[in-house]
Design a protein around this ligand. Structure first.
Ligand code: MIC
Ligand code: SF4
Length: 748
């Protein structure tokens, strides 16, 4: 961000915030101040939480390599010469963790050459900054270089809210949203409701910022934040480091929240100064009033938030969540008994720290303090111990301050500054295929199959310091807060609570400069896509709606239980096809549980009566016959990531409507953007009415209006018809996308 653009935003805020206060007739929360300061038109905008669509002007767009491919392919379709908003691409998701940082980055560069060349050439041509492989994980790099209090950023990754730790609204979106904003359009989002979280007290002992969000995951559940912004405040907020705040806002994605934010404070100013942005800190200090909530909001929050939660940090215990979902939370003191009761494998095969969520200097120094205690007592890690630094700065500071050596001495491996095992880019040799086993990490996601492609891996999440202690124990049956470990000579050791520093006393060490600026003028530059590429494919527009109702469609799959984007479009080995819609579509629903089949990812071609086929194979057969299909789903369908492949593949393979009990925000928008009808049952119990051989009609489509319900007819094989109602949340404009075949078609 240039200092000029920050000055410009801050100069505009007092007037806009003042005008909004008058318009609303009340004081404002911080999130509201930032929203009104980024309104496309403050006066014509309707401000109704949970109802209105906001049209906003983001300050910046960030894209990671796995989603940037589709974002840029869609931007190219819009036919613009240059991006209209400051934007960056970050190469982090495609690096596979195998044998350590240096080798892994080199291997990735050769394996992903075509993709990196495409991203680099497109970035150069269209005026986008490019962070090369190994430079760091998108959210850390954004925090270190671009995030600033009061800003609005959108990013093609669900953990973009990490920037909320630095007082900004940073929001995860699909690639189509990013493409449109880069093309100069305002960004549209449902006006979120507001949850206020009031923090008091101060974290003690083993408790860390991670525990704030793990506790909240248990309290609010993975659906609890949908279409809501979580705004933290209260005296406890300023006791948490800036990067600790980032951990908390990052993982707000696990609550399904639109984003999370902390108010500007000294910790943020310190972090800005430490990352060579003292001038930004000074500007923010001068604009403090607009970077925090109004006084009345702080004193009587229940009048201004839709929901208020109180957390006393002094009483917060370290937590562990999982397996399989981040909202299965308990304090660590309850873990051992629960593991035994539920029959989880107690042995821990791997302990992993770092990732975009938890690789700050504070995290690493506290973990190293635990590691040193174990080493001093003569212990070595019993589980395989992997460390993922978030950025070049962190990596080199870890070497300089001796943390790296400590982790290696305990038997750990330091991986590349990239997503690695967090996104399934992890080549494990320590377990057999489908072997049931437990692992623990300081990451943010733990859906089945997420880390190693094995749905039988039970993945637990905790703070990095707890994970480090657990690496020594190699067992879920250990509570480092109260328990002891026995060393080789029989002595017992009890760990002291971790100690660390929030920021490095000597400043951050500098790594390699991983940034490549765009060309002055991109007019004569070409975007590199080899015509025979297996990794990239230019997009063809999806067909327009033919104006007719959907008649008697087969059900492609009835997803049962949790169906995240990892179930719909798994990552890991499939990441390599993120730029090739046809190829990646072979992964469609591979992880999903089908109510009509015993095997995940499998189903029946009901037209041919043939079972045990992959869902994508069935969809391809229907498509060849020119027949569309519907998908039925459960609660919070599409939870998890921002990957729009989970909407594009179904669209590409002929899915016309997705009918579920409820949707996760980003996925619902992605479906709308790609021209699929996203519907929710008026009565969730209707989910039970759908059987394998039914056909489904969706009727009255030409009368589609905002707020209207839609008729659905279930045709039973014996000719019986059941009529039910479904709702949609489409605006007039979004109905236009549906009719045009996609949002992009509607642009042209
Ligand atoms: C994730 O954490 O699931 C990812 C991988 O970062 C995704 C994006 C993707 O699928 O590329 C996300 O969170 O949006
Ligand atoms: Fe990468 Fe994992 Fe962070 Fe997603 S959550 S950006 S995969 S490190």
């Amino acid at each position: 961000m240039s200092v000029e653009s920050i000055k410009k935003l801050y100069a505009s805020m007092p007037e806009l915030v003042g005008r909004a206060r008058k318009k609303f007739g009340r004081p404002l929360t911080l999130a509201e101040k930032i929203l009104v300061s980024h309104a496309d038109n403050l006066d014509t905008q309707v401000w109704e939480r949970g109802k209105a669509q906001l049209l906003l002007r983001p300050d910046r767009v960030a894209m990671q390599d796995a989603t940037a491919q589709m974002a840029l392919l869609q931007f190219i379709q819009a036919g613009k010469k240059k991006v209209a908003v400051a934007s960056t691409v970050h190469c982090d998701h495609l690096i596979r963790a195998q044998s350590g940082a240096r080798d892994d980055v080199e291997r990735a560069i050769s394996e992903n050459k075509e993709v990196y060349n495409f991203l680099r050439s497109a970035a150069r041509k269209f005026g986008i900054g490019f962070w090369k492989p190994g430079a760091g994980i998108i959210h850390q790099v954004v925090l270190e270089n671009y995030a600033f209090p009061g800003a609005l950023l959108i990013g093609t990754d669900s953990h973009t809210p990490n920037g909320g730790g630095l007082g900004m609204l940073a929001i995860g979106v699909g690639g189509a949203d990013a493409g449109e904003v880069m093309a100069g359009l305002p960004w549209e989002v449902l006006h979120p409701k507001l949850i206020g979280v009031r923090l008091t007290g101060r974290l003690q002992g083993w408790a860390s910022p991670k525990d704030v969000i793990l506790y909240l995951c248990g309290l609010l559940t993975v659906k609890g934040g949908t279409n809501k912004i979580i705004e933290y405040f209260g005296p406890g907020a300023s006791s948490i480091s800036c990067t600790g705040k980032g951990t908390i806002t990052n993982m707000g994605a696990e609550l399904g929240a639109t984003t999370s934010i902390f108010p500007f404070d000294e910790k943020m100013a310190d972090y800005l100064k430490m990352t060579e942005r003292a001038e930004w800190a000074r500007l923010a200090e001068a604009n403090r009033e607009n970077l925090t909530a109004d006084a009345d909001v702080l004193s009587t929050p229940e009048r201004f938030f839709d929901q208020v939660v109180e957390i006393n940090l002094s009483e917060l215990e370290p937590h562990v969540v999982g397996p399989h979902t981040p909202d299965l939370a308990r304090p660590i003191s309850k873990l051992s008994a629960e593991a035994k009761e539920k029959g989880y494998p107690v042995q821990l095969k791997a302990a992993l720290i770092g990732s975009c969520t938890n690789s700050s200097y504070e995290d690493i120094s506290r973990s190293a303090h635990v590691a040193r205690q174990g080493l001093k007592a003569g212990l070595k890690a019993k589980a395989s111990f992997l460390v993922t630094p978030g950025s070049e700065r962190i990596y080199h500071t870890m070497i300089r301050d001796g943390f790296m050596k400590t982790f290696e001495q305990m038997g750990g491996t330091v991986l590349a500054n990239a997503c690695g095992p967090c996104i399934g880019q992890w080549k494990r040799a320590d377990i057999q295929a489908k072997e049931s086993n437990s692992i623990i990490s300081s990451y943010n996601r733990n859906f089945p199959g997420r880390n190693d492609g094995n749905a039988e891996t039970l993945s637990f999440l905790s703070s990095p310091e707890i994970v480090t202690a657990m690496a020594f124990a190699g067992s879920l049956d250990f509570n480092p807060v109260t328990g002891t470990l026995t060393t080789a000579d029989g002595t017992k050791i009890k760990f002291e609570p971790p100690q660390g520093e929030e920021l490095p006393a000597k400043g951050f060490a500098k790594g390699e400069e991983g940034f490549e600026p765009p060309a002055e003028s991109g007019d004569k530059l070409e975007v590199e896509i080899p015509p025979t590429s297996e990794r990239l494919q230019l997009l063809k527009p999806f067909p327009r709606w033919n104006g007719k109702d959907f008649e008697k469609l087969p059900i492609l799959i009835k997803a049962k239980g949790k169906c995240t984007t990892d179930h719909i479009s798994p990552a890991g080995p499939w990441l390599k096809y993120r730029g090739h819609l046809d190829k990646i579509s072979d992964n469609m629903f591979l992880g999903a549980n089908n109510a009509f089949s015993g095997d995940p990812g499998k189903g029946t071609d009901v037209l041919a009566g043939e079972s045990n086929l992959t869902i994508s194979a069935i969809a391809r057969r229907y498509k060849d016959r020119g027949i569309g299909s519907v998908v039925i789903g459960d609660e919070n369908y599409g939870e998890g990531s921002s990957r729009e492949h989970a909407a594009m593949s179904p669209r590409f393979l002929g899915v016309l409507a997705v009918l579920v009990k409820s949707f996760a925000r980003i996925h619902e928008t992605n479906l709308k953007k790609q021209g699929i009808l996203p519907l929710t049952f008026a009565d969730p119990k209707d989910y039970d009415q759908f059987e394998s051989n039914d056909r489904v009609s969706i009727v009255g489509l030409s009368a589609l209006k905002p707020g209207n319900s839609v008729g659905v007819v279930i045709h039973k094989p014996d000719g019986k018809q059941i009529k039910i109602n479904a709702n949609h949340s489409m605006t007039e404009q979004q109905i236009g996308w549906f009719k045009a075949g996609s949002a992009l078609n509607a642009l042209n």
